[in-house]
Design a protein around this ligand. Structure first.
Ligand SMILES: Nc1ncnc2c1ncn2[C@@H]1O[C@H](COP(=O)(O)OP(=O)(O)OP(=O)(O)O)[C@@H](O)[C@H]1O
Ligand SMILES: [Mg+2]
Length: 248
């Protein structure tokens, strides 16, 4: 049986503008996500993906409608962003960054922190020595693994990953996506993956919504949708992805 973990209903989000009427970035979006699902939100730049993501995390006020997680406290919804390198403090080692999360949120007794950090690094496929490194000494892919480890430190139930692989080389993209897919199984996570790139979403998502100009234009399970896109917008998006165009 599928349990609903997130319900979004007629969500509307306006950005205020000085001297002008507000800009409606999200125009009445409804969808639901099930527990342990890998759910995709795709669409071109500016369609409102990040606006939806921020509203889900409580980082943006909702103009009307609702977006609510069922029995998931705020701290158990964690975000992973595109700019992994920029999201890490350059003056702190990876170990210090992770230790800070563990101590601020009181997640682990001081004497157990080193071991906990090693475990977190191992979970994201990095050796324990990485704790001694600074962000500038790591690759983009490694930094994205660290930001995933930082999210995991909070014992999340939901991870919202906003363009987590857009800044990475294609070969590295696949490995980070596989890591997310693995973690989803191992930790029973629900993952919302946001991307402008259909090729990225296609590899891992169970179901997805396609957004255009603040609205959902298509939705469904990934296999069906990619095999037979109904909406001209989705057909165009698919045609614009070379490897997918070849596959169909
Ligand atoms: N703080 C803001 N104030 C006013 N308008 C904004 C603000 N942030 C975003 N917008 C506008 O809202 C719309 C949706 O932006 P959003 O960042 O959600 O798009 P996106 O789908 O995440 O795009 P991208 O793929 O480029 O990240 C865009 O037209 C954008 O210009
Ligand atoms: Mg965005």
């Amino acid at each position: 049986m599928k349990n609903e973990i997130l319900s979004v209903s007629n969500l509307i989000i306006d950005y205020p503008r000085a001297g002008k009427p507000p800009f409606r970035a999200v125009k009445g979006v409804s969808f639901n996500v099930f527990e342990n699902e890998f759910f995709g939100i795709v669409g071109e730049s500016g369609c409102g993906k990040s606006t939806v993501a921020k509203a889900l995390c409580g980082l943006l006020p909702i103009t009307s409608g609702s977006a609510s997680f069922k029995d998931v406290p705020q701290h158990a919804v964690q975000m992973v962003f595109q700019d992994a390198v920029g999201s890490l403090n350059p003056r702190m080692t990876i170990g210090q960054t992770l230790a800070e999360v563990l101590s601020v949120y009181n997640l682990c007794p001081r004497e157990a922190r080193t071991e906990r950090i090693a475990t977190l690094l191992d979970e994201v496929g990095l050796p324990a020595e990485v704790a001694l490194a600074y962000p500038r000494e790591l690759s983009g892919g490694q930094c994205q693994r660290i930001s995933i480890a930082r999210a995991l430190a909070m014992n999340p139930r939901v991870i919202i990953a906003d363009e987590p692989v857009s800044a990475l080389d294609v070969s590295v993209q696949a490995r980070v996506l596989n890591l997310l897919a693995e973690l989803r199984q191992r930790r029973n996570l629900t993952i919302l993956l946001i991307s402008h790139d259909l090729a990225v979403v296609r590899t891992v998502c169970d179901r997805l919504i396609v957004m255009n100009a603040g609205e959902i234009v298509e939705r469904g399970d990934a296999k069906t949708l990619f095999a037979n896109p109904q909406h001209p917008y989705t057909q165009n998006l698919l045609a614009a992805v070379p490897d997918i165009a070849e596959a169909y």
